[in-house]
Design a protein around this ligand. Structure first.
Ligand SMILES: *[C@@H]1O[C@H](CO)[C@@H](O)[C@H](O)[C@H]1NC(C)=O
Ligand SMILES: *[C@@H]1O[C@H](CO)[C@@H](O)[C@H](O)[C@H]1NC(C)=O
Ligand SMILES: *[C@@H]1O[C@H](CO)[C@@H](O)[C@H](O)[C@H]1NC(C)=O
Ligand SMILES: *[C@@H]1O[C@H](CO)[C@@H](O)[C@H](O)[C@H]1NC(C)=O
Ligand SMILES: *[C@@H]1O[C@H](CO)[C@@H](O)[C@H](O)[C@H]1NC(C)=O
Ligand SMILES: *[C@@H]1O[C@H](CO)[C@@H](O)[C@H](O)[C@H]1NC(C)=O
Length: 643
């Protein structure tokens, strides 16, 4: 028996057939209905390789094969009632999950899995562009895989064959929908990204829309809908604002729909009554659905387009309970042959990559931002008090070890910590480095500066990063972008349910628009507020409380004459060092090197890149974490008979 199944304590549905074999079964929950219309869309974004679904979170446990079956049924529905369905993806398909990252080359299996979905409009994301070999392969393989649908409105590549600069893909596409004959012009943008490898060129959106091809496209009067897809946030979005304005300047009345991404949230923004924008979350947690009714069509003798078409949206939790419901299917009628094949291909790839191999077993859940920092179930506290001190206890030299919370990307769930988990929790590869002999008086203030807590504020961190190989938002762990009421992903462990009961009381929230007032939601998850209100999530969730975490954390090791005191908590003692060394080594992960150097300069201790060197043979924080887990007796997996 494998360890990969997490015990579920909530009411389970009947056993299901598709999805990954180790995926937990979805949980029955009250659902809102799919607002089907004349023209319908399914949208994914920022899937980051999670095409096998979430194997430790029932709420998001359907896989890409299930998504293919789901789209098939909605296509059938459209054909039956004469409406239409389009499928959109807005990039960052790569990096962030073992299914993509664990193979050599990366994506060896995953790209052939993704290409099985039939997609009508597809764009690039920044993660497709960090590494030259990733974008070359995008050009050589993925663009041909999606020959008609890949759009690159503001992206060029130096052709790997002849070095000539050429558009990554077509700049836009014009097509007519199958059943309604709706004439669509579609664009595909990426935000004004600068961190790409030098074999691609991202043209600022504001420049791209001055080009003749774009002017001609938006001047077209034989069009019923402009579809602007992009790896661009839908809110606070100079890029989409510019596109919107340009379209309206030449086509004042034609409906527009935007599909965005990058910020990993569910969001729906109203530009005006004929222009709305949908963003569909991250990591295959969300299948975004949008419908528009009342569009004009190219067909002669059709009724006039409605004065104001009706836009509706639904954020579908990616699990079989939701997918069965919205497609009107059940366990015996849902799977299509292709969907099943893809599910099987994912399973086989995961087996080849040994993603279920466990390094150890987490004794309880550790949260990144769903628990306060510091606390006993905070990943950051665990790193700071256990993993880092244990890893560096060999050093005789007093050292301060700094790491950014953004190096951690995901929670750790009670149970097996697998090869897969390492890619989810900390997919970043930057190595550990050191600056030696820094006066303690300066070194001890670096953390404060990195966390913007001192008198001095560092200048815009973005301006400092020269490496640009990684997202700036990796400096800090992702946090709730809107307000305290913005929550993210669900989980179903018992400990967590108890915690949620507390939060539920604490927040005292009653959800709006429920059919049944006594129908208390059981499943923790997104409770999205957007420009259309609070009824966007298909599953009526229990809200999840979310806490701010610092940019960076630090540990002291090998300090002289340590005296320990219990600063908090009965379990985790935070060592507080009374005596201080004169000089220390600073150790950090390379990603934050520029900020460390800048902080030291501010503190009157200027150092250069040449003054830094690798430690632990350049191991990454990910290596440190998995090495620690392998060795830690507290994290030994229970004997199989106990599971
Ligand atoms: C790109 O190169 C890196 C480093 O050699 C390698 O790990 C990765 O698999 C390559 N990626 C692709 C898409 O070939
Ligand atoms: C692009 O970067 C590579 C190293 O990554 C370098 O060798 C090459 O000279 C650069 N090309 C240009 C045009 O800057
Ligand atoms: C699924 O639906 C079909 C057709 O509606 C029905 O015949 C069958 O009994 C259902 N199967 C299950 C397992 O509910
Ligand atoms: C599914 O896989 C089987 C076996 O490899 C193959 O014969 C069949 O053509 C595939 N079906 C589809 C729809 O891809
Ligand atoms: C360092 O920590 C590990 C794990 O706690 C322990 O096994 C080892 O003995 C410690 N080494 C030193 C030198 O303290
Ligand atoms: C490290 O030591 C300094 C004082 O020397 C102290 O202010 C700080 O709290 C210590 N950090 C930790 C994580 O114990």
């Amino acid at each position: 028996m494998s360890f990969a199944r997490v015990p579920l304590l909530l009411a389970l549905l009947h056993a299901v057939t598709a999805e990954q074999p180790s995926a937990p079964s979805p949980i029955a929950a009250p659902l809102r209905e799919l607002p089907w219309g004349q023209l319908n869309f399914l949208h994914t974004t920022d899937t980051h390789g999670w095409h096998g679904g979430h194997l430790q979170e029932a709420q998001y446990s359907a896989d890409w094969g299930d998504y293919i079956s789901f789209a098939h049924h909605l296509h059938k529905r459209a054909d039956d009632d004469g409406s239409d369905l389009l499928v959109v993806d807005t990039g960052d398909r790569v990096e962030g999950n073992g299914l993509y990252d664990a193979s050599n080359p990366k994506g060896k299996y995953d790209l052939d899995i993704v290409k099985q979905q039939s997609i009508d409009v597809l764009t690039v994301g920044n993660h497709e562009l960090y590494q030259r070999n990733t974008s070359d392969r995008e050009f050589n393989k993925v663009v041909p895989d999606f020959k008609n649908s890949y759009i690159a409105s503001n992206l060029d590549i130096y052709n790997p064959k002849n070095g000539e600069r050429t558009p990554m893909a077509q700049r836009f596409r014009k097509f007519t929908t199958k059943n309604q004959g709706i004439r669509v012009i579609a664009f595909g943008f990426i935000f004004n990204f600068q961190g790409n490898a030098n074999n691609t060129v991202v043209q600022p959106v504001e420049e791209a829309i001055k080009e003749q091809w774009f002017k001609d496209a938006i001047d077209d009067k034989e069009v019923d809908l402009f579809l602007v897809a992009g790896h661009v946030p839908v809110r606070d979005s100079p890029e989409f604002d510019a596109v919107y304005k340009a379209i309206r300047d030449s086509n004042w009345d034609t409906p527009i729909v935007f599909f965005g991404g990058h910020t990993h949230i569910r969001d729906y923004r109203k530009f005006e009554k004929k222009a709305w924008a949908l963003e569909s979350g991250r990591y295959m947690e969300t299948l975004g659905f949008l419908s528009i009714s009342g569009l004009g069509t190219g067909k002669k003798d059709e009724v006039e387009a409605a004065a104001s078409p009706d836009y509706k949206r639904l954020y579908i939790d990616n699990n079989l309970y939701s997918l069965y419901h919205h497609s009107g299917k059940n366990a015996s009628t849902f799977d299509t042959e292709l969907g099943k094949n893809v599910t099987k291909a994912i399973h086989e790839a995961r087996k080849k990559l040994k993603l279920d191999h466990a390094y150890g077993c987490a004794p309880h859940d550790y949260w990144l931002s769903r628990t306060p920092y510091p606390s006993d179930d905070s990943i950051l506290t665990w790193l700071e008090n256990q993993v880092i001190p244990d890893t560096f206890n060999f050093t005789k030299i007093p050292s301060i070890i700094l790491t950014n919370s953004g190096a951690i990307r995901f929670d750790i769930f009670k149970g097996p910590f697998t090869i897969d988990s390492t890619f989810l929790v900390s997919p970043f590869t930057s190595g550990l480095r050191t600056i030696k002999d820094v006066p303690y008086s300066a070194a001890s203030k670096v953390l404060q500066l990195l966390n913007n807590e001192g008198q001095i504020l560092l200048p815009d961190l973005a301006a400092v990063s020269q490496t640009d190989r990684v997202d700036l938002d990796q400096l800090r762990a992702p946090f709730a972008p809107v307000n305290e009421d913005t929550f993210f992903h669900a989980h179903t462990s018992h400990a967590h349910d108890l915690a949620l009961e507390h939060h539920q009381t604490f927040l005292g929230r009653k959800k709006d628009g429920d059919k049944d007032k006594d129908d208390t939601p059981q499943v923790p998850g997104y409770t999205t507020k957007d420009d259309a209100g609070t009824d966007g999530d298909d599953t009526i969730h229990q809200p999840i409380k979310f806490y701010q975490v610092p940019n960076c954390i630090s540990s002291n090791v090998s300090f002289p004459a340590p005296e320990y005191a219990a600063a908090y908590g009965p379990v985790n003692f935070r060592p507080v060092h009374i005596s201080t060394p004169e000089k220390v080594d600073i150790i950090y992960n390379e990603f934050i090197e520029n900020w460390i150097l800048l902080a030291l300069e501010y503190l009157g201790e200027k150092r250069e890149k040449k003054d830094t060197s690798a430690v632990l043979e350049g191991k990454s924080m990910t290596d440190v974490i998995s090495d620690w887990i392998k060795k830690s007796p507290d994290w030994a997996c229970p004997k199989e008979k106990d599971v």
